[in-house]
Design a protein around this ligand. Structure first.
Ligand code: NAP
Length: 476
């Protein structure tokens, strides 16, 4: 890649003596080295962001939007190269990396325009001579912590709205996938981003989080990652009353009802399950199929899974890539073994692809899986589809809701009354009806229960970086 493999602080690339390897999951071999920062570098970034805040918030929304459009233009200009980087550091098939770059571009353009619609309110007064206004102002410097599974798009999902709202942002990417974040920083540099407005810090997560929590310059942390780390941040934030947005884990149920279009149900469940090699927070984790169509669904779904092409993401036409690490592969194999020990029947897959060097698992289908199997109660993050049957709508909803997570859920049905009942009763932030890929820039995204606090994307995604103030005027 062009430019240094390092953090971007106060408008400069920060080379340091400490470097770590980035591993390609398709080969299990390191292919790049990235410099990692010290505490003093992060403190410099916070100072720089603090200095940049007054001028950045003082720009008009249109001016802030112009910067985001320029960054989007750069992403588009470099889309092929950046998509390759995503595939090399994360493993996902190239077409999906290209889709990730396109979605990141769309997020940037959506927030570039949406910030022009940050409206306040005028509230009717009840005492003559007074008037009441509601103002929205930027919250201040934001710390953004992103995961490895969608390394570009989940970074942009925080960075774009924070900047659009008028907040300088410091991004910390996952150590597994720092290269696409470096490419994003290069796009900001090429777009002539003012110093300190966008910065990138790569390094020890605990050190960075502790400083973002305790340093008063940072006024909000937006985190996407595991529920365990989210809980740690909540504990840390308590001491400083630091606002958090948390996009955490999921355990999405798929409910397939007898009135569905079966081919469409199979196709959308495949997307919900196997996109990103199953390593998506909204991935289908538990598939429940109505008993009357259970056998038919199993047959068509298993045939479709056997048709998925699995291999290195840079090879053409791949549907499924490697898992992100050996640990992830071991965890997936453990879940398959656990489900079988609890009575599940393996229909396809279930083993490592021994002819490939990287962390490849054959796309797997299990049926008659017990609700107590690990793959039904723990986030799977692997191309494993566990299927069980149900009889009634009430039973399906109860089993869908029997989880501490509530990020997304899916249902395959054409019954309009049922669609409304599911929408109202399923405990999840996003519900895809006959839709295995529901996330779009203009609609809110986030979880309930242990899946997190707050929403990204949509108008709500911008609101996350705005304070709401009441301006009370007397003597009118
Ligand atoms: P993770 O281990 O929680 O890591 C996520 C980010 O947090 C990384 O940048 C990581 O840095 C950092 N981190 C690690 N320990 C930390 C700490 N003690 N304090 C602060 N930050 C810390 O999660 P992951 O394994 O990368 O990602 C998978 C999880 O993310 C899954 O649970 C998935 O469901 C969830 N996720 C949720 C969403 C959503 O929108 N709700 C989207 C995608 C993924 P290092 O890499 O340097 O350790």
């Amino acid at each position: 890649m062009a430019g240094p493999e390092a953090s971007y602080i106060a408008g400069r690339w920060k080379e340091t003596a400490t470097r770590f390897d980035v591993v390609n999951p398709a080969t299990a071999q390191p292919f790049a080295q990235v410099a990692s920062i010290q505490l003093a570098d992060l403190q410099e970034a916070l100072q720089s962001a603090g200095r940049a805040f007054p001028a950045w918030r003082g720009k008009t929304a249109r001016e802030r939007g112009i910067l985001l459009h320029r960054v989007a233009d750069e992403l588009v200009r470099r889309k092929a190269e950046i998509a390759r980087l995503i595939t090399m550091e994360n493993g996902k098939p190239l077409a999906q990396s290209e889709g990730e770059v396109a979605m990141a571009e769309d997020h940037l353009r959506w927030f570039a325009e949406e910030c022009r619609r940050v409206y306040g309110r005028t509230i009717p007064h009840h005492i003559e001579g007074k008037r009441h206004l509601v103002l929205k102002t930027p919250i201040g410097v934001v710390g953004a912590i992103a995961p490895w599974n969608f390394p570009l798009v989940l970074s942009v999902r925080k960075v774009a709205p924070a900047l659009a709202a008028g907040c300088p942002v410091i991004l910390k990417p996952a150590s597994q996938t720092p290269l696409s974040a470096i490419a994003l920083a290069q796009c900001f540099e090429a777009a002539a981003c003012p110093e300190g407005v966008f910065q990138l810090v790569i390094g020890n997560a605990q050190m960075i989080a502790a400083e973002l929590l305790s340093n008063d310059i940072c006024r909000k942390i937006s985190f996407t990652g595991s529920t365990g780390v989210g809980q740690e941040l909540i504990r840390g934030a308590a001491s400083y009353v630091k606002p958090l947005s948390l996009e955490l884990g999921g355990l999405a149920p798929v409910l397939v009802f007898e009135d569905c279009d079966l081919d469409q149900a199979v196709q959308q469940t495949i997307i919900a399950k196997f996109r990103n090699t199953g390593q998506s927070c909204i991935a289908a984790n538990r598939i429940f199929v109505q008993k009357t169509i259970y056998a038919q669904f199993l047959e068509r779904f298993t045939a479709a899974v056997e048709g998925l092409k699995t291999g290195p993401g840079l090879e053409p036409g791949m549907d499924v890539g490697p898992l992100v690490s050996q640990k992830a592969l071991d965890g997936a194999l453990m879940q398959v073994g656990d489900a079988r020990a609890k009575g599940a029947r393996l229909l396809t897959g279930g083993e490592r692809m021994k002819d490939l060097e990287g962390y490849f698992l054959k796309p797997t289908v299990l049926e008659a899986v017990s609700d107590s199997a690990a793959c039904m109660c723990e986030e799977t993050f692997a191309p494993i589809a566990p299927i069980a049957s149900f009889e009634t709508e009430d039973e399906a909803i109860a089993r869908a809701n029997a989880s501490s997570y509530g990020l997304s859920a899916y249902a395959m049905t054409r019954d309009m009354g049922r669609i409304f009942r599911l929408g109202e009763r399923i405990e999840a932030g996003t519900i895809g009806i006959n839709d295995g890929a529901p996330t779009v820039s203009q609609s809110p995204f986030g979880g309930v229960k242990h899946s997190g606090w707050g929403r990204e994307l949509g108008t709500e995604g911008l609101d996350a970086f705005l304070e709401t103030k009441h301006l009370s005027l007397g003597g009118i």
